[in-house]
Design a binder for this molecule. Structure first.
Ligand SMILES: Nc1ncnc2c1ncn2[C@@H]1O[C@H](COP(=O)(O)OP(=O)(O)OP(=O)(O)O)[C@@H](O)[C@H]1O
Ligand SMILES: [Mg+2]
Length: 259
């Protein structure tokens, strides 16, 4: 466990909500677009509650076997190896299933009995049911904003979680985050946030995802380390957003006027 708490600036009441969810062992869903602090929040909460955090980045190949465990061949023997979910259940860790909707459907099936009063996992390959340690908690994230390859979570899955929506923070908080996270000047932080606010409001650009706090943090880091401001904004904010050359040019002009 790291000694220093990860830096996290509360946006709403998510810290209190999480503490109560943890006390009551109700699974927790973090909803929201990329780069809004979901991963940072769960790292912060695990540290605050002094619990081990096990993070799994789910993708379309993630199966229940990856989470629960599998037999592996060692020399001439076949031995069982717990997956990260089984480990978390036994040790009483917090498991964070990042982008849960991406995972294969059998993952959702596997967690069902963990996310209700049973709090147990059935390991079919062993024919065993494991009861969760009382400190175990399941947390998942979900980005409802994807426009391509959109994946939903079924209501019967969603309703097993308490859910908190993450969004871009208010301008003042977002500027504070940039200053705290990167050491950049307050004045530059405010300008970066103004750029973000402006681009976020340009819905007609049809961007799949707009400027996240993560992109602003990256731009602030580059500026703080001495890269020219306009170039920093171009490479950290404009280019990651789109490959459409006309949009890139328009955004570059806009940003140059604002920084
Ligand atoms: N509330 C916040 N407090 C402190 N830092 C923040 C906060 N929100 C965002 N950040 C900054 O933004 C960066 C991106 O946040 P994070 O990685 O937690 O996003 P995420 O929501 O998990 O994104 P993804 O969906 O892409 O995984 C962090 O590394 C941190 O620098
Ligand atoms: Mg994340």
């Amino acid at each position: 466990m790291q000694d220093q708490a990860p830096y996290y600036h509360q946006i709403g009441k998510e810290i209190e909500v999480f503490e109560h969810a943890y006390k009551n062992k109700i699974s927790f869903l973090l909803k929201g677009p990329t780069g809004t602090g979901k991963s940072r929040f769960i790292e912060y909460m695990a540290h605050k509650l002094d619990k081990k955090l096990i993070t799994i980045s789910c993708h379309e190949e993630t199966s229940s076997t990856d989470l629960v465990g599998r037999y592996i061949i060692k020399g001439t023997e076949t031995i069982w190896s717990d997956g990260p979910l089984t480990t978390a259940i036994k040790e009483g860790a917090i498991i964070y299933l990042d982008e849960i909707a991406e995972a294969r459907p059998d993952v959702i099936v596997a967690i069902h009995s963990l996310t209700d009063h049973r709090r147990e996992l059935f390991i079919d390959k062993l024919g065993e049911t494991v009861k969760a340690h009382e400190d175990f908690m399941l947390v998942a994230s979900f980005n409802p904003g994807y426009q391509k390859g959109f994946k939903e979570l079924k209501p019967s899955t969603r309703q097993r979680f308490i859910a908190t929506a993450f969004a871009y923070p208010d301008a003042k908080i977002e500027a504070d985050i940039l200053v705290n996270e990167t050491g950049v000047d307050k004045d530059i932080a405010k300008k970066l946030v103004n750029i973000a606010t402006k681009i976020r409001n340009l819905t007609e650009l049809g961007l799949a995802e707009t400027v996240s706090t993560r992109l602003l943090v990256d731009a602030a880091k580059l500026i703080h380390s001495g890269l020219p401001k306009r170039l920093s904004v171009e490479v950290a904010i404009v280019e990651p957003l789109t490959d459409d050359l006309d949009v890139v040019e328009a955004l570059k002009d806009l940003c140059n006027l604002m920084i």
